[in-house]
Structure formats: structure tokens, C-alpha cells
Design a protein around this ligand. Structure first.
Ligand code: OGA
Ligand code: MN
Length: 283
């Protein structure tokens, strides 16, 4: 059956642009299946020219699974709502070059410090700088499959500890409080994970990793650094240049991502509306 959507690949590394759909309206089952098939094939989908309220983005996200809540809190102490924004604004709503949260600028996969990390993240561009403010995505299935055979064998069964606390420590943030550590205990995930829907293996790592289980710390960290450098080489990266109205959904099970600081952060506003579909325990 011919598809209802037009799907155009964006780069060799990952990503496809999907046209012919208004995401503010509920999806028919056939359309949702088509989107999911494209999502699994390309790992990241870009829908241009969308205009979704917070409620509409929530309804869209719910169609793909359980919407993920957040452990993190806003500066006023309240939990982030299910639909929230990522932005470069200070407490007065003005653009700042030193936003509270800097974690998004390092390669990571969302919530890998949870036992059941994020499956899909959706960002919808509300306000953008005149240029720059890109998001980069690295294909970790390509990162895995291009490793030499002996290295693949050496890492096949390795387990890695991820933690919010380690992530924070590495980024130079203020030390985690005891309450924060209790709320977010470390978790262990395989270094090579198998995609539950496609069976494709990929490296699972990023800025939330702490150390490799059963390996001297420095040796494990050096291994993680080497694998991260490998899977984030330019050929494995898709750089998304945002346009107003873009909605991008990506697969955290096989991609790393980071925000680029390639705009005047202290001058221009960058606001993206964000929702996440919760995933399952990696294997
Ligand atoms: C995120 C994230 C990057 C960006 O929302 O999870 O990492 O470019 N965002 O804002
Ligand atoms: Mn992220």
C-alpha cells in the first residue's frame, strides 16, 4: 500500500524529513504505524511547519507510549511538567550565555541514569536565534557496527554504571546533595544494547556514564571516552538546523545528542517545547 507520507532522508548518519501531515490532529492508526516505521528506519524524524500547543504536543506524545515524568525540578522547586521547555533564559526570562542547566551541551542519551531511560524525545521549535542553535545527533548503531571485531568481542558483555550524580560531577556542577542522590540512585546498563524493535546493536554511553563495572576506573573511563569519540565522528553525525515550527522526534535507544553553542546565547532566545516517551530497561 502506498504510504500517505513523503519521507526524505536528511543525511547518511540519520534523520529523515516527513511531509504531508499536521501533527496537531490525532493520528489514524495507519498514519501512526507509518510514522513509527520511518522512525525505526531513520532514528530521527523532522516535521516542518508544525504549530502545536502544549496540550496538542501532549496528545501527540501519548500516541507513542507513556509520557515520561521528570525527576528534575524547576528553580522554584516544582517538578518539570510533562510538557516543558528547554531554553537559554534566566529567571527573568532573558537570554543568558550561562543557563542553569548545561547538561544538554554534552553528548548524552536522555535519562540514561534511569533504570528505564527515555525512548523518544520530541522537541518543537517555538523561538529560535536568527541562526545557529543547532542540535547534533550521533548514530550509535553505526558507532558499534564499525568497531573492529576484537573490540566488539572485548566489550560484548560489559556493563556500565550511569548516574545523575556522575553526570553532574563531570559537568562541573555543584555536588549532588544526599537527598538528590537518594532520589536518583546509580543504575547499570549494557555497553552494547540491542534495539528492542529492530534487533540492531548500538553503543549505549554518553555524559551520564560513571565507570565500567569490574574494570579499574581509569581504564574503563578511557574505554568509554574512546568509544564516545568513535561514535561521534563527523560521518556519524546529523546536525539539525532548526526552523520555526519544526517538530523533531528521535530515538534515544540508538542516538546520542547534544545542543550546539553555535549562536549568541546571551543575546537571542531559543525555546523548544519538549515531551518524552518513557522507555524500558535496556538489554
Ligand atoms: C533535550 C536536549 C538539546 C537541544 O531536550 O533532551 O538535549 O538542542 N536538547 O536543546
Ligand atoms: Mn537531551
Amino acid at each position: 500500500m502506498p504510504g500517505m507520507l513523503t519521507v526524505g532522508r536528511l543525511s547518511d548518519a540519520a534523520g529523515a524529513e516527513v511531509t504531508g501531515i499536521d501533527l496537531s490532529r490525532p493520528l489514524s492508526p495507519a498514519l501512526k504505524d507509518e510514522i513509527l516505521a520511518a522512525f525505526l528506519e531513520h532514528h530521527l524524524l523532522v516535521f516542518r511547519g508544525q504549530r502545536l500547543t502544549a496540550d496538542q504536543q501532549l496528545v501527540l506524545t501519548e500516541q507513542f507510549g507513556e509520557v515520561e515524568g521528570h525527576v528534575g525540578r524547576a528553580p522554584d522547586g516544582t517538578r518539570w511538567p510533562l510538557v516543558h521547555t528547554v531554553h537559554n533564559l534566566d529567571e527573568h526570562g532573558n537570554p543568558t550565555a550561562e543557563p542553569d542547566s548545561v547538561g544538554n551541551y554534552s553528548w548524552h542519551t536522555d535519562k540514561s541514569y534511569h533504570a528505564e531511560p527515555s525512548l523518544m524525545t520530541m522537541l518543537h521549535a517555538l523561538e529560535l536565534p536568527p541562526d545557529g542553535g543547532d542540535t547534533q545527533f550521533a548514530n550509535c548503531a553505526l558507532g558499534y557496527v564499525t568497531l573492529p571485531g576484537d573490540l566488539k568481542r572485548a566489550i560484548a558483555t560489559l556493563q556500565v554504571e550511569h548516574s545523575w550524580e556522575a553526570s553532574r560531577r563531570k559537568l562541573g556542577g555543584p555536588p549532588a546533595t544526599e537527598a538528590q542522590k537518594r532520589e536518583r540512585p546509580p543504575v547499570t546498563h549494557p555497553l552494547v544494547r540491542t534495539h528492542p524493535e529492530t534487533g540492531v546493536k548500538s553503543l549505549y554511553l554518553g555524559s551520564h556514564t560513571s565507570h565500567v563495572i569490574g574494570m579499574p576506573e581509569a581504564k574503563g573511563v578511557a574505554l568509554l571516552d574512546r568509544l564516545l569519540a568513535h561514535t561521534t565522528q563527523p560521518e556519524f553525525i546529523y546536525t539539525h538546523q532548526w526552523r520555526p515550527g519544526d517538530l523533531v522526534m528521535w530515538d534515544n535507544r540508538c542516538l546520542l545528542h547534544r545542543a550546539a553553542r553555535n549562536y549568541e546565547m546571551g543575546k537571542h532566545r531559543r525555546v523548544l517545547q519538549r515531551t518524552v516517551v518513557k522507555g524500558a530497561k535496556p538489554f
